[in-house]
Design a protein around this ligand. Sequence first.
Ligand SMILES: [Zn+2]
Length: 367
Amino acid sequence: MHRQPLPFCRISTHLHFGGPYLKTPKPKGDIKAMKNPVTILQHDAPVIEELLLEEVPPGEIQRFLLHLVTDGMGLPVFIPIIIARGMEDGPVVGLTAAVHGNELNGIPVIQRLFREVRPRELRGTLVGVPVVNIPSLLRKRRRFIDGTDLNHIMPGKPDGNVSQVYAYRIVNWIVNKFDYLIDLHTASFGRVNSYYIRADMSAPETRKMALLQNAQIIVHNPPSDGTLRGAADALGIHAITLEVGNPNTFQKGLIRSGLTGIHNLLNDLKMTDAEFEAPESPAVTCRHSYWLYTDTGGILTVYPSVAQMVKAGEVVATLRNIFGDLIREYTAPEDGIVIGKSVSPINQTGGRILHLGILERNDGMME
Ligand SMILES: [Zn+2]
């Protein structure tokens, strides 16, 4: 990775506001100066310009703000990063959340994981990135500031437009330090999800990662182009996507489930000696999945719950016109399980109805 030399040190013990960046002019007359920005920060995480995992002392947890890009005010956009470095060498497991800025359940999963982990009893290194898409988190939006879906353009371009360069630096400055990646998402606005995993179930390592998560559903999904999971896979990083419930909210039960699965993985990788927690019921594994869409506009009601099995021919949704007359009944085209569904009644032609998972064949073979 080629980086321009920087005018200041890689890891600073204090923030650089008012430091090498600029000389703060003294206020004239009676004007009282604002407090130095350093004193209004809520934490003491140092600013870094490069992520160097080996500089964290063994047996410690440290937090950093990585200066990823600079906004239109000339102010840095910081990515918060938490690192737990074990006493012994081992794999680097990375967790990322909020690649889509309104998908929040992954944030407390990462926060709590670092509260629970004991770095003095850890082998290897754990890296948490509670928010990837900072500008969109602040705007409560899925997409990046230029309207791009960051999870469709990974690994970005080093000299590209605003979203491409942001994506490039996420992948090449942070994610390429990992051996394993769990990328935490939720459903999109207007939809709800089961707790499910997207993983390449034909690759033994990602299959194992997926099975350890105690999810309701696992969907076989080869790492597709443009996703963070796909970009990680192209770098030789074993990666899965966790879809943890619904957008714009924190869901306690699912947050706990996500944590349990991550602990199971750390245990399986011999990074911790925690007790393995088996799922209450095994995950339903799907060989593929697809969305059903409305063929005309109207007011949609979707009947089955998430994680519910449906039979071929079963009515799964109805569509009514604005006077309340029934105009369509939608049926399941084949047997399957409801991975996610729409909860947004007003739909134009092509509105999403439900995300149907088609179960793995008995021989366990994927397509
Ligand atoms: Zn997402």
